[in-house]
Write a protein that binds this ligand. Sequence first.
Ligand code: SAM
Length: 338
Amino acid sequence: MNISKIIKADFNKFPIQNYLNEHSKQLLFKEYNLSNFFLFKRKIKLIIVSILNKILKNKIYLNKSRSLEKVKEKYDQISGTYIYSIEKNNKFYAELKDGTAVECNGNIHKYYADIISKIIKQTKSKSFLEVGAGELTQFKLICDLLKKSNFKINKTGALDISFKRLLAGKNYLKKKNKIDYIVQGNAAELPFADNSFDLIYTVHCLEQVPELFEKSVNEMLRVAKNYVALIEPSFELSNKITSNYINYKGYIQINEKLLSNIKHKYFKRIRLPFKQFLNGAELIIYKINKKKNKKTKVKFICPKNKKIIYKKKKTIGNKNVQYKIKNQIYRLVDKKIV
Ligand SMILES: C[S@@+](CC[C@H](N)C(=O)[O-])C[C@H]1O[C@@H](n2cnc3c(N)ncnc32)[C@H](O)[C@@H]1O
């Protein structure tokens, strides 16, 4: 895999519009700076919560607004906004090699789509799943890039906890965008059997519910046959303002210790060279060396007991979980799943 080619930062595609002066930078620092006392309190709370979560069956969240239920609620409410913004030519702040902050034209998601599509091509992955796919805007960009380079795909899927967003996404896709499964579900309890997809990726999904990070990555490693690729905020490798921003938002703080708890060691971990000034991201790739003789095949399982579930007319499920299937969308009817 040629990583430097995959993540290359090309400012021609995102032309610089403005240079941020010191005053504007300071204002941003101020906006996202939390006091040392606040951070100290949060650290103590984190220690207590992680001890309790080892003992208790039902998870306690460090920050209530970062529970899966709240995140689902928030994204249900803003459903449709990503489609609107991806269609507009928006702007974002980037950081140059020497630390200068600039305002660029374009949408950073196009850079992420470029990266994921290159990984899919270089690894010759014939099936893939996006976890936390929202309104399928990222998914569509990737499909379009693959189509443009005549890369053939057998099976694709998108999963998100917000049904409203998936529905908006389904309507946004064009006929030429191949999608086989649009599934409402939780990254930490995937409703797919082992080896269901060659490659699974996330783009700014796992950031949302920090308590589910480890479980979600382990689930993706179970369901993927060959590769898992994550583009998520970079706490450890990024600049100060990004770590402030991550703290402020309550996003996952990825570090080596956390990654050492995952069942496989990653193959590559790198901060993306096209650095967002405020929300810098990193790429983590897992290469799975097992299951070589097994074929990739999508099978649905119960996310609770991991047993295969079977289709009956327009539903699929068992006593723990029920999905209604309509137009390739698998909608959860059991609310307990969240
Ligand atoms: C910041 S958005 C990113 C969406 C998309 N990947 C993109 O780049 O446009 C995060 C998405 O992850 C979803 N999400 C967060 N935690 C999740 C989880 N544990 N399981 C499934 N979806 C989740 C949210 O509902 C939301 O749609």
